[in-house]
Write a protein that binds this ligand. Structure first.
Ligand SMILES: NC(=O)c1ccc[n+]([C@@H]2O[C@H](COP(=O)([O-])OP(=O)(O)OC[C@H]3O[C@@H](n4cnc5c(N)ncnc54)[C@H](O)[C@@H]3O)[C@@H](O)[C@H]2O)c1
Ligand SMILES: O=C(O)CC[C@@H](O)C(=O)O
Length: 546
């Protein structure tokens, strides 16, 4: 059974999916995020966690979470998760990017309309028994110019609705093409300052990043039209809150509609909320039944499918891979992982500087970056065991100054498909290449200069020897004497002629004793003896962290 913690409120439909899954045990504690120590303790017993924006998965919370394998964010923003810390721990982080797009776009439009027609204060005035029509005269939207900063899912949905309201829609997003903007009837600007000076209303829809934090700051506010109205239904801090307060106080800013804040807790935003021309909601963009149901179902599915089927969906810290794609890539991931393990074990603690991978033939149609991560995971797991996985192997290698590069060619050589990996240590380079036969059979076809055809599973004894008569028999006799069964043997010669240097790879059914190995080492025609331990054939992938 896999245990899944849900540490925020989640729609019942998502909880039901988790509850009814035969392989999942649900731990629903929607308030636990308020107590960091309790959250850390609950995570110690969880294989997966589903969160919304209330749970803060900081480095402190994530460090040392050995059991946790997947975080599903029921929503878009992952700024409440320390992604580096999660990746370092080998934890997959996925979000549900589409589920709340329309609800948040609608909230933006509702906020804009409410702000321009003073809906909040007018309603309050009637609650207080007043009838003041003059005080609450508003502004018509048709014909006004709105600037949309960030034209992703929500920004584009807002722009579309603003076009429907007969507004002039300007947009700024360095990652959107002119063509796409034209199709959406958005006048695209490549310079945010040029856009801002033209707007009656500005709405932001970017993630909060180092670049977007304070993108609307005091300097930019000062250049905007007097009376400009600002909307933030994205993330607190994209509009500098202090600058906004000063703009409201001076009267330069005509009003603001805010759903998100730098600090989201009771009382933290009293100052902003106190302005009569500021409309505030407590992070309600995604709070509709429809959006919450959709993100809850998606998040529950993500966790269940990852834990029970190894399917990676909507991952923000790993190449996503569906169950179907995974099936087609499984053999390559496995092969690359085993090559990494083999090279690590044959490098005998020499300083590893990096590795070069070359993909040839059919493998080039697969997600090669992921296959490289699998190789790196094998390479490092020889030293780091369970702490490294396909999720964190690239970052772990980088942290250690190990450079892994990859090249590819669709041209086939002797094999329809081949992965060749060269390990660079501070003393030498070691190359191992492998191929797949069918979907399941993995073969080592090259070790340094030797061509061979060896099985890549279980216990391997590798040695070099002089290619002389009687040697194979002698080694066989030695192992027979020590009760070690040889299940398969592959030989490779440097030059395809007798008398030269050769290599042997023996698959052993049981671990040889030190005495047996010593006898092999002591044979006068044998040198370079290594014992390599690989997973059994057709093992499932959890050892890859998938
Ligand atoms: N209020 C809520 O409840 C709520 C709900 C959902 C999403 N959100 C937030 O809304 C925001 C947008 O979500 P989305 O789903 O549209 O995300 P998205 O990833 O689809 O879109 C973000 C867009 O911002 C653009 N961008 C990034 N950096 C930029 C920069 N420096 N300048 C201009 N544009 C930049 C990107 O190119 C992208 O097009 C996110 O911050 C998300 O967390 C809030
Ligand atoms: O959890 C929520 O309701 C907020 C979600 C929203 O901020 C998001 O980024 O998806």
């Amino acid at each position: 059974m896999f245990r899944v913690l849900v540490s925020d409120n989640l729609s019942p439909i998502g909880l039901k999916l988790l509850e009814e899954h035969p392989e999942i045990e649900l731990d629903y504690q929607p308030e636990i995020h308020q107590d960091v120590e309790a959250l850390k303790a609950a995570l110690q017993n969880a294989d997966g966690v589903v969160i919304r924006s209330g749970t803060k998965l900081t480095e402190d919370v994530l460090t040392g979470q050995e059991r946790l394998k997947v975080i599903a964010r029921a929503g878009v923003g992952v700024d409440n998760i320390d992604l580096q810390a999660a990746t370092r721990q080998g934890i997959i982080v996925s979000n549900t990017p589409d589920g709340n797009t329309l609800s948040t776009a609608e909230q933006t439009i509702a906020m804009m309309m409410g702000l321009c027609r003073n809906t909040g204060p007018a309603s309050q005035s009637m609650r207080e028994g007043r009838w003041d029509r003059k005080l609450y005269t508003g502004t018509q939207l048709a014909g006004k110019t709105i600037g949309v900063v960030g034209l992703g899912r929500i920004g584009l949905a807002v722009a579309k609705r603003c076009n429907g309201l007969e507004m002039n829609v300007l947009g700024y997003d360095p990652f959107l093409s002119e063509e796409r903007a034209d199709q959406q009837n958005i006048e695209l600007y490549r310079d945010i300052d040029e856009l801002l000076v033209k707007c009656d209303i500005v709405t932001v829809h970017t993630p909060l990043t180092d670049e977007t934090r304070g993108i609307i700051n005091a300097e930019r506010l000062a250049k905007m039209k007097k009376g400009v109205r600002l909307i933030n239904c994205a993330r607190g801090g994209i509009i500098d809150e202090q600058a906004l307060i000063e703009g409201l106080e001076s009267g330069h800013v005509g009003g603001a509609a805010l759903d998100v804040y730098v600090t989201e807790k009771p009382g933290a935003n009293d100052k902003l909320a106190s302005f009569p021309n500021v409309l505030c909601t407590p992070h309600l963009g995604a709070s509709t039944d429809e959006a919450q149901e959709q993100v809850a179902v998606e998040a529950a599915d993500i966790v269940c499918n990852f834990l029970t089927k190894n399917e990676v969906r909507s991952a923000v810290n790993m190449v996503p891979i569906s169950g179907k794609e995974l099936e087609g890539t499984r053999a390559y991931l496995d092969l690359a992982y085993r090559l990494g393990l083999l090279l690590a074990q044959t490098s005998h603690g020499e300083g590893i500087q990096g590795a070069r991978l070359q993909y040839r033939g059919d493998v080039c149609s697969k997600p090669m970056n992921l296959i490289t991560s699998a190789f790196t995971s094998g390479l490092l797991s020889a030293a780091l065991n369970d702490s490294v996985s396909i999720v964190n192997s690239d970052m772990t290698a980088k942290d250690r100054g190990i450079e892994i590069t990859q090249t590819s060619t669709t041209e086939t050589g002797a094999f329809a498909t081949m992965i060749s990996a060269t390990l660079i240590t501070d003393k030498r380079e070691i190359t191992a290449a492998g191929t797949t036969f069918g979907n399941n059979f993995l073969r080592l076809v090259k070790l340094n200069e030797y061509q061979l055809d060896a099985y890549l599973d279980g216990l391997l004894l590798i040695y070099r020897h002089r290619d002389v008569p009687g040697l194979i028999g002698a080694i066989g006799t030695t192992f027979g004497k020590h009760k070690v069964n040889i299940s398969h043997m592959a030989l490779g010669r440097e030059k395809n002629e007798p008398g030269g240097d050769a290599i042997a790879v023996l698959n052993l059914d049981n671990e040889p004793t030190e005495a047996a190995i010593k006898e092999v080492i002591d044979h006068p025609d044998v040198h370079g003896v290594e014992l390599v331990n690989l997973p059994p054939a057709n093992a499932s992938l959890p050892w890859l962290g998938l």
